[in-house]
Design a protein around this ligand. Structure first.
Ligand code: ADE
Length: 504
């Protein structure tokens, strides 16, 4: 196999065969007017995917639908984010289009809210943080979703959000305003419902506000009872905010559900809101790598597994670099996603974040999981077990002892710090210049960050954050994230910290 067989061509027979050869179709997961979604197994890896089957004849009956589907395909292929359903490949025959999607096994957020009635503050916040990070990523890539609602938010096996269904989405162009009315009225911003022009991102923000309300209250702020009343209430932003809601969440909803889009909170402002910031997981504090940067970071272990399946190494690397979707790259991405979904759900993103900050190299020598050792073509690997490793440094000691050791190491290395939480510090290191750390754990704050001019002007200053947090397995994980400064200096510093902590 050469891994270069192109998909998405119009040769019905060949691509149809490809589908049958590469996927075993299973039960139906859902269906709509022009599409059915089925569970399937990717034969080479044994991993599950969802396949959206769109009948070309049916979509041609609906005005502009074919264009919408093609737009969805184009948009979804661009987006690679831990909270967005991944599109692995598109297979087209003369009668159908098959979208091979990441499988979100826990179904729709809508059903989850109904099942739970309403979510508690922490769970609602955590889901909201994931939604906002996915939506923010779309906007950064000039994509507005325009149909955000709990039915389009899926949940994976760890109940993490996966934004789906980009059927109504659009690509933003500078200076252009959109007018199309789309989405479900209950979640649609007033400017959409009343046919006004809109720039884009603000309509997704409104929908996120409605979703946050639904998560916490188990009902919608604007309900379609009496139609004229419904539209009137949206037009004037009239809804009831229960007093039982946490005050921070009430404040946030009030600032998001603002009828005037120019006064509505933006995503950067939401990110600054104290309620949003509470318990924000580390991986959501930094933007993920862009898809084209990500394509250049190749996981050698997974590459090897795919090569063992019979694909050519050089062609596979080329395809990964060029972001070509073919049999080999699909297998690679499926395994990659599975690996980073592994032990604590959001590790894929944690991985990306630490790729940015450059400390994940420490984990490259981790033992290869069982399923990565198999050889041969056509053999279905045993389904991987949950990975036993995490990114960051894991410690058995109690958090206070760990922090004491970390602070001693920082002091030794003449790193300045400012504590911003019990287990979270902002740090700064200026090689050769600085170092009057007289700090110990009892100090609440540091003056070390408000420092002298010489230090501030230094070009090689390295700023980073230290965060200790608990994993789901009740272990303490130390994470160092570069905020600013030369990457290589940061790596040097990480190595020195590890040496001080006697990890190296
Ligand atoms: N229904 C629609 N898309 C799905 C997906 N990606 N995973 C699970 N169920 C779905």
């Amino acid at each position: 196999m050469d891994g270069s067989s192109g998909h998405g061509g119009r040769d019905g027979g060949r691509t149809g065969d490809m589908l049958l050869r590469n996927y075993k179709l299973g039960k139906r997961l859902g269906f709509g007017a022009s599409a059915t979604v089925k569970l399937a197994e990717h034969v080479l890896t044994g991993l599950k995917v969802a396949i959206k089957i769109i009948n070309k004849h049916e979509i041609r009956k609906i005005k502009d639908m074919e264009e919408k589907v093609r737009r969805e395909m184009k948009i979804a292929k661009l987006l690679v984010h831990p909270h967005i359903v991944r599109l692995y490949e598109v297979i087209e025959t003369s009668t159908d289009i098959f979208l091979v999607l990441e499988y979100a096994e826990s179904g729709e957020l809508f059903d989850y809210i109904v099942y739970k009635n309403r979510l508690n503050e922490n769970e609602a916040r955590s889901l909201f943080q994931q939604i906002i990070s996915g939506v923010e990523y779309c906007h950064r890539n000039m994509v507005v979703h325009r149909d955000l609602k709990p039915e389009n938010l899926l949940l994976d096996s760890k109940y993490h959000v996966k934004i789906a269904d980009f059927g109504f989405s659009n690509i933003l162009r500078d200076g252009r305003f959109l007018k199309t009315s789309c989405g479900s009225p209950s979640y649609a911003a007033p400017e959409i419902l009343f046919g006004k022009l809109y720039a884009g991102p603000e309509v997704d923000v409104w929908s996120c506000g409605v979703i946050l309300y639904a998560l916490l209250c188990g009902k919608l702020p604007f309900d379609e009872g009496n139609i004229s009343d419904f539209y009137r209430k949206i037009k004037h932003g009239i809804y009831n905010l229960p007093m039982s809601l946490p005050p921070g969440a009430r404040d946030l909803i009030r600032r998001i559900l603002v009828v005037d889009p120019t006064r509505r909170m933006t995503i950067p402002q939401i990110r600054q809101h104290p309620w949003f910031k509470a318990h924000l997981p580390c991986y959501l504090t930094v933007p993920p790598l862009e898809a084209n940067q990500l394509a250049k970071k190749i996981d050698e272990q997974i590459l090897q597994v795919v090569i063992n399946m019979g694909f050519d190494r050089n062609q596979l690397i080329q395809s990964l670099f060029n972001r070509v979707h073919n049999e080999a790259t699909v297998a690679y991405y499926l395994l990659l996603d599975y690996q980073y979904r592994g032990s604590s759900g959001y590790l894929k993103a944690e991985f990306q974040a630490s790729m940015e900050s450059g400390i994940n190299q420490m984990h490259q020598s981790e033992p290869i999981p069982r399923y990565m050792n198999y050889q041969g073509i056509g053999q279905i690997p045993q389904l991987p077990q949950e990975r036993k490793w995490s990114l960051g440094l894991q410690f058995q000691a109690n958090p206070r002892e760990i922090m004491t050791d970390v602070l001693k190491a920082l002091q030794e290395l003449r790193v300045g710090w400012k504590r911003i939480g019990h287990y979270n510090m902002k740090c700064r290191w200026i090689p050769g210049i600085y170092g009057h750390n007289s700090h110990h754990l009892e100090d609440d704050d540091s003056n070390i960050m408000e420092s002298d001019d010489a230090a501030m002007k230094a070009s090689n200053v390295v700023k980073f954050e230290v965060q200790l947090y608990k994993t789901r397995e009740e272990k303490n994980l130390l994470d160092l994230q570069r905020v600013q400064g030369p990457q290589f200096l940061f790596l040097d510093l990480c190595a020195a910290i590890l040496a001080q902590l006697r990890v190296l």
